[in-house]
Design a protein around this ligand. Structure first.
Ligand SMILES: Nc1ncnc2c1ncn2[C@@H]1O[C@H](COP(=O)(O)OP(=O)(O)OP(=O)(O)O)[C@@H](O)[C@H]1O
Ligand SMILES: [Mg+2]
Length: 370
């Protein structure tokens, strides 16, 4: 390996002129470094620049500013077929009139690889995606998941060191999607190929990735492991986009060592012993973020414990959990309680019931106001 990074985007900008004549920055100063053998995801909502970023790595689009490096080499205007990457596109469009074998063999035939070698390599690629024995079928004789695997085999047969995947599971139903997630992840680990995976599905990104780049409006908001982006989001956007959160606006009232007292405006209460990150000072206006599953419903109010009492406003039973909405001094907080006891008739909480909420300091994140 010539470089620590399989792929690097260094301060990349991509501007488009829309047909309406406006200039937009689809990708806005993006820097990311993807390590060899890593499963790296770009996660963000529709239009945030994921596909455009991937297309610049693949060479289907040039950067307006900045540079893409593959194995440490600047790519400039090197065309796609000379880059050591292969792409599985958002819509994977197989050739309908060709068999599975011919679809997978197509790229190799274009490169005039010998017949015998083609046979061996296609066989191996089909084995990887568990489609052995289906090589004579046409795409329409396959299920959606199987067609997706053909698309994958078509990319794998070229033995790329880096595979770019643009929402490859987007067209599949939820159950198949989850199965394919596990299969893809296992395949990636087994082959040791670098995957750059684009998705707008946060659960998918959390389940599969070594690291995730959370994107919005062409910019990277945070890059981190699934645990880092969920447990330590760097701003309100990330905390809101990944998982669910209760947000409370507040002000830092005092700081001693790395703990703070944070006054919550809407509740007119002070949270104490709250760990805070560097860079925050006394008097700063902040957003306090608490995940619904990290709030505990407790029986009684204990002074100086960040316990506050209110009434149950609503409950929603969703099988594994019950979502309890609690009215606290006029503000509604969401609390997810796990249904760890099987029961049929008695509801966990009644509307109007008095309950107290424990907001543990270690579960309370203080974010700089956006
Ligand atoms: N060729 C183009 N000309 C003009 N604007 C474009 C072009 N390609 C993309 N865009 C715009 O750039 C932005 C980013 O598009 P991109 O396809 O990268 O988004 P995405 O994150 O992949 O979204 P999705 O999840 O919907 O696939 C969008 O606002 C889109 O309309
Ligand atoms: Mg896209």
């Amino acid at each position: 390996m010539t470089s620590e990074f399989a792929v690097e985007m260094r301060d990349v900008v991509k501007k488009f002129i829309t047909p309406e004549g406006h200039e937009i920055s689809a990708v806005d100063h993006v820097t990311m470094q993807i390590k060899n053998g890593e499963f790296f995801s770009m996660l963000g909502s529709s239009g945030c620049g994921k596909t455009t970023s991937l297309r610049m790595v693949a060479g289907f689009e040039w950067t307006t500013e900045g540079e893409v490096f593959i194995e440490g080499k600047p790519m400039g205007h090197i065309p796609p077929f000379q880059r050591k990457v292969n792409t599985v596109f958002q819509s994977y469009a197989l050739f309908q009139h060709l068999t599975v074998f011919q679809n997978v063999a197509f790229g190799l035939e274009m490169e005039h690889v010998e017949k015998e070698e083609i046979k061996q390599r296609v066989g191996r690629a089909l084995e990887m995606v568990q489609l052995t024995g289906m090589d004579r079928r046409k795409p329409k004789q396959l299920s959606g998941g199987q067609q997706q695997r053909v698309a994958l085999a078509r990319a794998l047969v070229k033995t790329p060191e880096v595979l770019l995947l643009d929402e490859p599971l987007g067209a599949l139903d939820l159950k198949l999607r989850k199965e394919m997630q596990l299969e893809l992840k296992a395949l990636q680990q087994q082959l040791g190929i670098t995957f750059i995976y684009v998705t707008h599905d946060q659960e998918e990104a959390l389940a599969m990735s070594d690291r995730i780049a959370v994107m919005s409006h062409g910019r990277v908001q945070q890059i981190g492991s699934p645990v880092e982006v969920y447990e330590r989001p760097v701003n309100k956007f990330v905390a809101d986009f990944i998982g669910e959160s209760n947000f409370l606006e507040g002000r830092i009232n005092s700081i001693s060592e790395s703990e703070a007292k944070v006054f919550i405006h809407s509740l007119n209460v002070e949270l104490i012993g709250i760990p805070i990150s560097e860079g925050l000072v006394n008097g700063d206006e902040v957003t306090v973020c608490i995940r619904p599953e990290k709030i505990r419903i407790v029986e009684e109010d204990i002074p100086n414990q960040n316990i506050f009492c209110g009434k149950v406003a609503n409950t929603v039973y969703i099988g594994a959990d019950t979502h309890v909405f609690v009215n606290l001094y006029g503000i509604k907080l969401k609390v997810w309680e796990q249904n760890f006891i099987s029961r049929l008739h008695s509801k966990l909480y009644a509307v109007g019931q008095d309950v107290c909420l424990a907001l543990a300091p270690e579960n309370t994140l203080v974010l700089k106001k956006d």
